[in-house]
Every structure is written in C-alpha cells, then in structure tokens.
Design a binder for this molecule. Structure first.
Ligand SMILES: NC(=O)N[C@@H](CC(=O)O)C(=O)O
Ligand SMILES: [Zn+2]
Ligand SMILES: [Zn+2]
Length: 373
C-alpha cells in the first residue's frame, strides 16, 4: 500500500474566492494547497470588465498578504502562500463586447471568459440566456484570440428535470457550439454525468497551435459521492451544489475519466464557500467548500480506482493537464501527501458568525498534506 505521494504542486482550475472579509481566509486555504487558481467571476456585482478583473486580482493578492500577517501561519507556510497566483476570468453577459475580449486577451491577467446560463446557479442572474443567439461576435473574438470559454453546462428550462440538465446541455448547447465555433477553446466545468464525460473523452481535437479545444474539470464531491449523499438520514444541505450530485453510474464514469490519463481532464475543486446559516435555511444556497482538504479527497478518489500505485495518473490530473491546456509551465517543487488520518473540522470560524461548514465536516480523511514545496 502506497504511503507517500509526491507530485508537482497542483493548481485549482475552478475556484470561488468571493470578496470582502471572506477573501483573506478563503484565499489562504487555497494558497496552502494550490500554486495557481482560475478564479470565478460570479461576485455581486459580477466581474465583467478587464479593469474589474485587474482590481479583483489585486484584492486577492492583498488578502494573501493580510493572511500572512495574522501570525496564524509558519514562515514556511507564508512563503508558499506568497507564491499563489490568481488567474482571472471575465463573466460573460449579453453586453460583453468583442473589444473587451481583445483587451482581455492582451491583458496578461484575464485567462478565460465564463458562461453562466442565466438562472442556472449561484449569482448567475446577470448571465446569458441564449449563448449562440446573443454572443456570436464575442465567441468569434474569443476564437480569434484563443481565449477559452469556461462553461457552467446546464440548461435552465423549468420543464427539464434538474438531474437531466447537464445531459440536455451537451445536446442543445455544447454540440452546436463546437460545430459553429470549431476553433473556440472550451472547458466544460465541474462535469457530473456520463454524457459529459463521454462527450469530452471523444472530442480530442486540437487547434493549429496544437492546443486542446475541449477539456473538463471535475470536483472532489462528484468523484466521491452520488446523490444519496443529499438525503442520507435526512436532508443534507452541505452536500448541495450545482450541478447537483448524480446517480452512481455517473460517478463511476467521472472516476474513469479523471483516472484515464487523458489530457482533457483536470482538477477543479469548485470550492464555493457559503455561510452556514445560508445553507441551513428554507431555501439553501448551492456550493460546497472543499479547498483546504480537496487534495486528500482527490487522492481518496484515485485510490478507489486503484490509480494511486503509480502516481503518474494522479499527477497528470492534478498538476500537468491543466497547465498544458492553459499554456502555462508546470509548477516547480514537490507537493506531498502522506497516509495519515486527518479529521475535517465541523465548522470553520469565518465569513460570518455562523461560520462555514466544510465538505465532509467531522469525517476522517486518509491523507494529510505534508509538504508544500
Ligand atoms: N457550484 C455551486 O453550487 N455553486 C457555485 C457556482 C457554480 O460553480 O455553479 C457558487 O458560486 O457558489
Ligand atoms: Zn457552475
Ligand atoms: Zn463554480
């Protein structure tokens, strides 16, 4: 049985850091585990311009510095946290212009543009209701500049069953999008179904520069849990995220995709903090907070598949495939996990008085992060 895992330091290719007071705590947890992160723009109001993305990036870096000054972290931890690099994303709206896309592509700060189908998820109200009808010129500009489109892939029609919304999206949006903009680079974010995994597996097209055209991120919760987790012994709001957890057959398909070694699949936690009282209420928010413990959870998922014995597959998913897709170097150094049990706290005392309940609160994980660089 493998006891130690050593890989190049990982990145998180789908992350929510929020803003304001929460930022300092949330970014510290991520910076201790990931060198870079693709930071989602679904703030209130959303990050829709390059100038806003530049300002948000600075607030994130300031928050890292502030966290370093609290005295809560060792000198070694602070040194690692200061290496953290936020990669910014623009929130696509009906008003986004091709000029803003060009500015984004030349900014060196904005790495992608995010599609939130209006009404599909947390803070998606400002999103797009008809991508192909509304955003043709913008998609063309993105294609031209090689700026990837990151997609929350669910249809929002009230008459489509909530468990079928991703599979329907593959047929009604993803396939037409790939046909109409064959050189647009797309990331299907937080995939949850066999249909999405198959679609991404079978489409290994590359652009003229040899870069993959389609990829997908996968969260720890969708690799480790099926929809039973939502109803185990009663309603479990801390397991509620979007797209919602699916049946076991879908989880198995995701595990197979993540451990396949295919370059299309990489790590994206979708770690999304919400205050405890906003999740434990009559209309609870969608999103699971996993960042501090995500690497142990991914290791557990790979071990379930017997895919840890050679760390190669794990390293591809966590640390190699994402950089290759985004055209950035693999991180230098060593990230290490050891087989050592670790209990996830019941509650983290930040954001509001009610705190945050992390994913798998109170559970014991098999792996502990033991070296950061
Ligand atoms: N995944 C979620 O359930 N929630 C995310 C939004 C998103 O990624 O869809 C959030 O911002 O809280
Ligand atoms: Zn989403
Ligand atoms: Zn997300």
């Amino acid at each position: 049985m493998i006891q130690t895992i050593q890989i190049a330091p990982p990145d998180d290719w789908h992350l929510h850091l929020r803003d304001g007071e929460a930022l300092e705590h949330v970014v510290a947890a991520t910076a201790l585990n990931f060198r870079r992160a693709i930071v989602m723009p679904n703030l209130k109001p959303p990050v829709t311009t390059v100038d806003q993305a530049v300002a948000y990036r600075q607030r994130i870096l300031d928050a890292v510095e502030k966290a370093c000054c609290t005295g809560d972290y060792s000198a070694e931890e602070q040194a690692v946290m200061r290496l953290f690099e936020p990669l910014m994303v623009l929130y696509l709206t009906g008003a986004t212009s091709p000029q803003e896309i060009e500015k984004a592509a030349n900014s060196g700060v904005v790495r992608a543009v995010k599609l939130y189908p209006a009404g599909a998820t947390t803070n998606s109200e400002a999103g797009v209701s008809d991508l192909l009808g509304q955003c043709g010129a913008v998609l063309q500009a993105m294609e031209l500049h090689g700026l990837p489109l990151l997609v929350h892939g669910e249809v929002t029609d009230a008459d489509v069953d909530v468990f079928d919304r991703e599979a329907a999206f593959v047929e009604t949006v993803m396939k037409p999008l790939r046909r109409q903009f064959p050189n647009l680079r797309v990331v299907f974010e937080h995939i949850t179904t066999e249909q999405a995994a198959t679609f991404v597996t079978e489409d290994s097209g590359r652009d003229a520069q040899g870069r993959l055209l389609l990829a997908a991120t996968i969260t720890p919760q969708h690799l480790l849990y099926n929809r039973n987790a939502l109803f185990k012994g009663g309603l479990q709001p801390h397991w509620y995220c979007l797209p919602v957890l699916k049946r076991e057959v879908h989880r198995k398909a995701l595990l197979k995709a993540a451990t396949s070694g295919l370059p299309q699949f990489f790590l994206g936690t979708d770690s999304a903090p919400h205050a405890r009282h906003l999740k434990e209420m009559s209309c609870g928010c969608a999103g699971c907070y996993s960042a501090p413990y995500a690497m142990a959870m991914y290791a557990e998922a790979f071990e379930q598949m017997g895919a840890l014995e050679s760390v190669e597959l794990f390293e591809k998913f966590c640390s190699l495939n994402g950089p290759a897709f985004y055209g950035v170097p693999v991180n230098e150094g060593v990230f290490e996990l050891q087989r050592k049990s670790f209990e996830v706290p019941q509650r983290l005392p930040f954001v509001t008085e009610s705190g945050i309940v992390p994913l798998r609160a109170g559970e014991v994980l098999d792996w502990t992060v033991t070296r950061l660089r």
